[in-house]
Design a binder for this molecule. Structure first.
Ligand code: ZN
Length: 289
């Protein structure tokens, strides 16, 4: 008993200076969270993102390397609200002792069908809650760098306030009756609630798979009868079908909205702020007159 206590004391004494010298190992579950952690942690953290740019966090299959990454992590930042369904198994198999930080803690979730809608980051006000949760977790895991995290957070929160104002200003310029799009994505519920753009799902068309010619006919009828000014249909790869919608309805085809993933450095949305700006540009481009 006494020997074990001694061992613990020796381990505790030898472990702490080593950890202080190393950068804090932080793992983020997907690219958007990875960017938020980078903004707060900067060079003071050693950040790994599990689901990288242009990848789908909903249907991810963890690799053996991910198990090692998670096992080595001190802090694991996740979205929660059911987004990372693959995570519990990874955590269990890796034997990770990381402190798990749920970035959405404190956010009142919207519903998506009967489940919680996980896409809370699409409201900039929510992103500020994510950032505060990440800051608190980094500060408590690495008190030596607490003031760095606090300063970086304050600066970034100012940028998010400016971004939120930018979004509101852009949408205010769209005539109210034109603030409606058809979208096959179900990822913009929080954006819609925060900023007053209606995202209408195509009636009777599965959003899971590529629409058939018959689905396209239904979408055309819906766009016409509801006089919807713009259509964002990103899962249609057949240009002829997209062209038919535009030709037969006069609706603008809005291009790409980024929802669940950032792009690589060279893409249009390498950071959270760039992603929101891109989406606003696409929406105002399609809806503004
Ligand atoms: Zn999603």
């Amino acid at each position: 008993m006494r020997l074990r206590l001694w061992l613990c004391l020796v381990l505790a004494v030898t472990a702490s200076p080593l950890q202080a010298a190393e950068r804090l190992n932080v793992v983020a579950s997907f690219s958007i969270l990875g960017d938020l952690v980078r903004q707060i942690g900067g060079d003071s953290v050693n950040l790994t993102t599990l689901v990288g740019a242009n990848s789908d966090v909903h249907v991810y299959t963890p690799t053996p390397a991910d198990a090692k990454t998670v096992a080595d992590a001190r802090v694991l930042v996740i979205n929660g609200l059911g987004l990372e369904g693959w995570l519990p198994r990874l955590l269990q198999s890796s034997g990770s002792k990381a402190q798990t930080v749920v970035a959405t803690a404190g956010i009142v979730p919207l519903k998506l069908g009967s489940d919680a809608d996980p896409h809370a980051w699409q409201s900039v006000a929510n992103a500020k809650i994510y950032v505060a949760n990440i800051r608190d977790a980094l500060m408590s895991a690495d008190p030596a760098d607490a003031e760095i995290f606090r300063a970086r957070t304050n600066r970034y929160l100012d940028e998010l306030d400016a971004l939120d104002a930018e979004v509101r200003e852009a949408i205010a310029k769209i005539p109210p009756e034109r603030r409606r799009v058809i979208s096959t994505h179900d990822a913009f519920g929080y954006f819609a609630a925060a900023y007053g753009i209606a995202f209408i799902a195509p009636l009777g068309v599965s959003t899971e798979s590529e629409p058939s010619a018959r689905d396209i006919a239904k979408i055309i009828a819906q766009v016409r009868s509801a006089k919807i000014p713009a259509v964002f249909l990103e899962n249609i790869s057949d240009d002829r079908l997209v062209g038919r919608i535009a030709a037969e309805t006069g609706a603008t085809l809005g291009g790409t909205l980024f929802s669940d993933s950032l792009t690589s450095e060279k893409g249009d949305a390498p950071t959270y702020i760039a992603m929101v700006r891109h989406n606003i540009k696409a929406l105002t481009g399609a809806l503004g007159r």
